[in-house]
Write a protein that binds this ligand. Structure first.
Ligand code: ADP
Length: 307
């Protein structure tokens, strides 16, 4: 018996317009509950489109997606989504904004939690939203998103307009709040440094697909960064990326073949792992066992219209 996944997608696809380009395509993955998960990938990879589908705001063009075991549209009161555009009214005070959050979510709203997040940023409840900086608005939007006590929190590049200090503080707050309540968090970003150390689960998206997925530690441990004199690698080794400088070669490989003795082998950093995959779109995809879809594995992917 497997616990319900926070998210499960099989063959998920989305195209904008009937003849448009596919923004998400053949996207299959599973995210177990309770993780802080990074969704990374270059601009245009399909991250925002995927998050909007998970939030129930965009219907799949094909494939199936389940959030906490149900169709995303049925789960809106248990899922919070913070899009890049923050839905705040400039003329409202912070107190009025939080009151709106309470009125929209009367069953689950946690006043103390929302006020704590605002207070941690040194913000007075009487301030008007239009008087706030970008980072302060993000904090209020996050207080609204977490005050609702979601089981799944989806954040689309929430820290993009923040300076590194504000980003660090807000990320710390977010992780503490999520850790305390066991909320599953998915946070998209193209700032790789923002995620190092913060996320215990990871999906790398590119061209609308998931290319790497699983526990961060497991994905790092499945790769080795080799360096040494130019030499033949075992033909069974999957090479993600290799470079030759003079007689020296460095290669990021999967630890699936024999690595000969002449190589110096270290575990890559998260940034090295992600950059190597982004520079090598032809490298095969890798999903850790926990990230493989299960419940939806056999569903016909043309079922999108019914999902
Ligand atoms: P990311 O968030 O990774 O930058 P997006 O999901 O925003 O990626 O975009 C994926 C692809 O879909 C891009 O090629 C983008 O141009 C296209 N796209 C996104 N939104 C729309 C839209 N509303 N109409 C048409 N194309 C879109």
């Amino acid at each position: 018996m497997t616990a319900t996944a926070a998210i499960e997608a099989a063959g998920l696809g989305k195209r904008y317009g009937r003849l448009g380009k596919w923004a998400v395509r053949d996207c299959s993955f599973r995210l177990p509950q309770g993780h802080i998960c990074a969704l990374v990938g270059p601009n245009g990879a399909g991250k925002s489109t995927l998050l909007a589908q998970l939030a129930g705001l965009l219907r799949p063009s094909e494939g199936v997606v389940r959030v906490l075991g149900k169709a995303p549209g049925e789960m809106r009161d248990r899922v919070s989504f913070l899009a890049q555009e923050k839905p705040l009214y400039g003329q409202f005070t912070i107190a009025e904004t939080l009151r709106m959050g309470r009125e929209l979510n009367p069953q689950r709203w946690d006043d103390a939690r929302a006020e704590r997040i605002v207070g941690d940023g040194g913000l007075e409840l009487g301030l008007k939203v239009r008087e706030l900086s970008g980072g302060q608005r993000t904090r209020v939007a996050l207080a609204l998103a977490l005050g609702k006590q979601p089981e799944l929190l989806l954040l689309d590049e929430p820290m993009a307009d923040l300076d590194p200090l504000a980003r660090h503080q807000l990320m710390g707050n977010l992780l503490a709040e999520a850790g305390e309540s066991g909320t599953t968090v998915v946070i998209s970003s193209h700032i790789l440094a923002e995620l190092e150390g913060a996320c215990d689960y990871l999906f790398l998206m590119e061209g609308g697909r998931v290319r790497l997925g699983g526990e961060t530690e497991e994905l790092l441990g499945a790769h080795a960064l080799l360096s040494g004199p130019v030499a033949e690698l075992d033909p069974n080794t999957t090479v993600v990326e290799s470079r030759v400088t003079g007689r020296q070669m460095t290669a990021l490989v999967r630890k699936d073949g024999e690595i000969g003795g002449s190589w110096e082998s270290v575990e890559p950093t998260l940034e090295e792992l992600l950059l190597a995959h982004m520079r090598s779109p032809e490298a095969p995809a890798l999903l850790a066992p926990s990230a493989e879809p299960r419940a939806l594995a056999h569903i016909d992917r043309k079922a999108g219209a019914a999902a």
